[in-house]
Design a protein around this ligand. Structure first.
Ligand SMILES: C[S@@+](CC[C@H](N)C(=O)[O-])C[C@H]1O[C@@H](n2cnc3c(N)ncnc32)[C@H](O)[C@@H]1O
Ligand code: SF4
Ligand code: SF4
Length: 376
């Protein structure tokens, strides 16, 4: 009886593995990766929040509790070894985005990077930071360990950024970007947009791209505010679908004059703009988030706990989660399932969950089918 059960379980795991791998390979967007990533094999991305502690208190932050339990250095190392083994078994390469909170606040930050670098399966490490407190030694360490760095900029002007991230922090973040680029590190900027920090003119956007051109920034990523965590308070400041359309189209237009700064359009909703192809949500296929305590989420913007790596294997979480199996059924997503852009978009499942409490609902920010309605 027990043996039969075991056999059934092994068979169903093998079937799951095949379905996911085939989906990842054939998914038109699975093959599209940010420019700093170069790999011949399919790639799996782990966004790893190694701490929730932070030296800032940004208004929009999806983190509410900065004192969450953290895995020890030893536990993190064990998880890294396990994930490397998973990648090896799948014949995948992996990317790790180390983030937080402020990832650099962990005293064992360098040990964590070195533990990842021990495994050839992990091709890329991206460190996400607010850029306000990075020493010259840390920059050297990041360069020597081949880490790319993403700095958050949340304003087209210093005033906009500092209102959200605190006085003086725009200048510090821009100075950090310059130092990182000078040392030869691949740098990217991440911008979370809402009504407090929308551009007021095309000239303002041009100034923004020009600043990044001067700081040799390689890539700019725009995300929409997800009203969760502290950011819930800013729900009424979400852009309307029409405002998102206008902003995205303006960004595409302006970025053409700045070919050295790559505008990342490999994300949901961009496929519905005039000029580019977008990127489907990778959740459930080649992406997941790990929290400081080892909890696994489909995405940090979709905060539903699937399991915990302290007491479960990644296989168990990845193959046995009913939530992930639902998320993999793109055709069943409300409205998107029938949309011609499904394979390049599918909407943001985190936004649907934050606004409607249903991760299979339509994306409230979709401007293709909005007929100009405001998001509620
Ligand atoms: C949580 S931070 C951690 C790294 C670092 N502390 C920083 O600020 O860049 C990672 C990214 O998530 C973004 N973020 C935070 N709260 C968000 C929200 N409610 N919606 C969308 N993005 C958010 C931040 O602006 C930042 O670009
Ligand atoms: S967005 Fe980043 S810097 Fe700002 S409070 Fe959150 S974790 Fe800290
Ligand atoms: S309906 Fe869904 S898939 Fe189509 S453009 Fe809108 S968000 Fe994207």
């Amino acid at each position: 009886m027990k043996r039969n059960k075991q056999k059934k379980e092994t068979t169903s795991l093998a079937t799951c593995e095949k379905v996911i791998q085939e989906n990842s390979r054939t998914n038109s967007l699975g093959s599209k990766t940010p420019r700093h990533e170069k790999h011949a094999k399919p790639n799996f991305r782990f966004q790893w929040h190694i701490t929730d502690r932070c030296n800032l208190a940004c208004k929009h932050c999806y983190i509410e509790d900065n004192n969450s339990v953290e895995l020890s250095t030893e536990e993190i190392t064990q998880v890294i070894d396990h994930l490397a083994e998973v990648l090896e078994r799948w014949n995948y390469s992996g990317s790790v985005s180390l983030t937080g909170g402020e990832a650099l606040m962990r005293r064992d930050f360098e040990k964590i990077v070195k533990a990842i670098r021990k495994h050839e399966q992990f091709k890329n490490i991206l460190v996400m930071t607010n850029g306000v407190q990075i020493s010259g030694e840390t920059i050297e360490f990041l360069r020597d360990n081949d880490c790319a760095v993403q700095v958050s900029i949340d304003g087209f002007t210093k005033q906009q950024h500092d209102e959200i991230r605190g006085e003086g922090n725009f200048d510090k973040a821009i100075a950090t970007l310059g130092k990182l680029s000078e040392s030869g590190i691949y740098t990217a900027v991440h911008y979370v947009v809402h009504r407090l920090n929308c551009p007021t003119s095309i000239d303002q956007l041009k100034g923004f791209f020009s600043l990044f051109g001067q700081a040799a920034v390689k890539q700019v990523v725009f995300s929409l505010l997800i009203p969760i965590g502290k950011g819930r308070e800013m729900r009424r400041l979400l852009l309307s679908p029409n405002e998102v359309r206008t902003l995205f189209n303006q960004l595409i237009e302006v970025s053409r004059d700045f070919p050295t700064v790559h505008l990342d359009t490999n994300r949901p909703l961009w496929a519905a703009t005039e000029a580019c192809s977008g990127g489907a949500c990778p959740v459930g296929f080649w992406y997941c988030t790990i929290l400081p305590n080892g909890d696994v989420l489909p995405c940090r913007r979709l905060p539903i706990v699937l399991g915990n790596l302290r007491n479960q294997s990644f296989y168990e979480i990845w193959y046995k989660s009913d939530i992930l199996w639902r998320l993999r059924e793109h055709r069943k997503i409300e409205v998107c399932g029938q949309c011609k852009l499904l394979d390049q978009c599918g909407g943001c499942r985190g936004m649907a969950y934050a606004v409607y409490g249903d991760y299979m609902a339509r994306d409230p920010e979709c401007f293709l089918l909005s007929d100009g309605q405001e998001s509620s």
